[in-house]
Design a protein around this ligand. Structure first.
Ligand SMILES: Nc1ncnc2c1ncn2[C@@H]1O[C@H](COP(=O)(O)OP(=O)(O)OP(=O)(O)O)[C@@H](O)[C@H]1O
Ligand SMILES: [Mg+2]
Length: 340
């Protein structure tokens, strides 16, 4: 029967005589956004309490530190066939953002997963070489010799890194002269590419640690690379200059190296307890979308300690969160790279 309604519902002829329905105040509990309607421009509930998540536990997708649902990255399968190495530059003209730390620890993690890795120190500061325990004043030959002297071969310069499966092309302050001398060379932007060519068949991954500038050395690194990883400190000023870096990468792709891809932007020195870090991450994701790695590297003094010890954090503090973060980055990176 229509219009009858149930008592207290306000339907039917007795509605006007009913007192207005007064509800007790309800605690505000907005439903969490579903994966599809997620809007990165809205504030992100980074630490979503489990009780608030969903009524059906199977529907809960935990959000990662970037504010997006966190995928599970599987351990990579062992390599059965060795192909051509993938060459990747760590690049950001801003100093102190974690380029060298990422080169050492991503390299060591990839080596743990059975990849044969060559690290290229392409910064006259030589931090990568020092970070692996080398003395910059006691190097017989460096990448400078390889670049400037055609008689020098790769074998004469490559040294073991102390980590199984990972070698190093060291550098020191001599490399700063190369930047000036290369200006007069023919095909000056392709010099590193030529030098690394014989290494491609011996390694699975070659990681180039760039200096904090967008000068000729960095253009050489980008020209020699298949991909770029951009480490970016989770700090507001770190976002400035990213547009210029993107323009440089685009120019190198257009003019020198059409295969160059941005493999990902990596948030480093993240501190999930501060709103600032989370806001920077939110801006990063809204600007760069899925280019931003799900993995972020948290701020911890263990990285500086490992540098002093001259080894990767994966061996210096193997079970630390920093070591695990770089192992996770290695897994994530391997899902992004084309099948080996
Ligand atoms: N996640 C982290 N937490 C805390 N400290 C870090 C972290 N990553 C790197 N560091 C420290 O920050 C300093 C700068 O890091 P790193 O040398 O990797 O940066 P960079 O980008 O290579 O610098 P540059 O531009 O000078 O080459 C180092 O002392 C390093 O130990
Ligand atoms: Mg560095």
């Amino acid at each position: 029967m229509s219009g009858a309604g149930r008592p207290g519902q306000g339907f039917g002829s007795s509605a006007s005589e009913m007192p207005p329905l007064v509800r007790p105040p309800q605690p505000q509990q907005p439903a969490p956004p579903s994966r599809d309607e997620y809007d990165v421009t809205q504030p992100i509930p980074f630490e979503r309490p489990i009780a608030e998540a969903d009524t059906q536990p199977s529907a809960v997708v935990p959000l990662g530190p970037t504010g997006r649902p966190m995928p599970v990255f599987p351990d990579p399968a062992p390599l059965t066939v060795r192909g051509r190495a993938r060459v990747v530059s760590m690049c950001n003209q801003k100093g102190g953002v974690g380029k060298t730390t990422t080169t050492i620890n991503l390299g060591a993690s990839l080596a743990e997963f059975g990849r044969k890795v060559l690290l290229v120190d392409f910064d006259p500061q030589g931090s990568l070489s020092v970070g692996l325990g080398l003395n910059p004043h006691e190097m017989d030959a460096t990448i400078y010799n390889l670049l400037m002297d055609r008689e020098t071969t790769l074998d004469e310069v490559v040294v073991p890194s102390g980590i199984a499966g990972m070698d190093l092309l060291p550098s020191n302050i001599d490399l700063s002269a190369a930047e000036v001398q290369l200006v007069h060379e023919v095909a000056r932007e392709q010099t590193l590419q030529r030098v690394l060519a014989p290494a491609l068949e011996h390694y699975d991954v070659i990681l180039i640690d760039c200096q904090p500038s967008l000068g000729l050395l960095t253009v050489n690194a980008l020209t020699a690379s298949d991909g770029v990883i951009v480490p970016l400190e989770c700090e507001y000023f770190a976002l400035r200059g990213v547009a210029l870096l993107k323009t440089t990468i685009d120019k190198v792709r257009e003019r020198l190296n059409p295969k160059l891809e941005i493999d990902g932007v990596l948030g480093t020195m993240f501190d999930g307890r501060t709103l600032h870090s989370r806001e920077v991450m939110e801006r990063l994701v809204s600007a760069w979308g899925d280019t931003v790695f799900h993995t972020v590297i948290r701020r911890t003094v263990k990285f500086s300690d490992a540098t002093v010890a001259g080894e990767p954090i994966t061996s210096y503090a193997s079970s630390s969160t920093g070591a695990d973060a770089y192992r996770q980055l290695a897994r994530e990176v391997l899902t992004r790279w084309p099948a080996e």
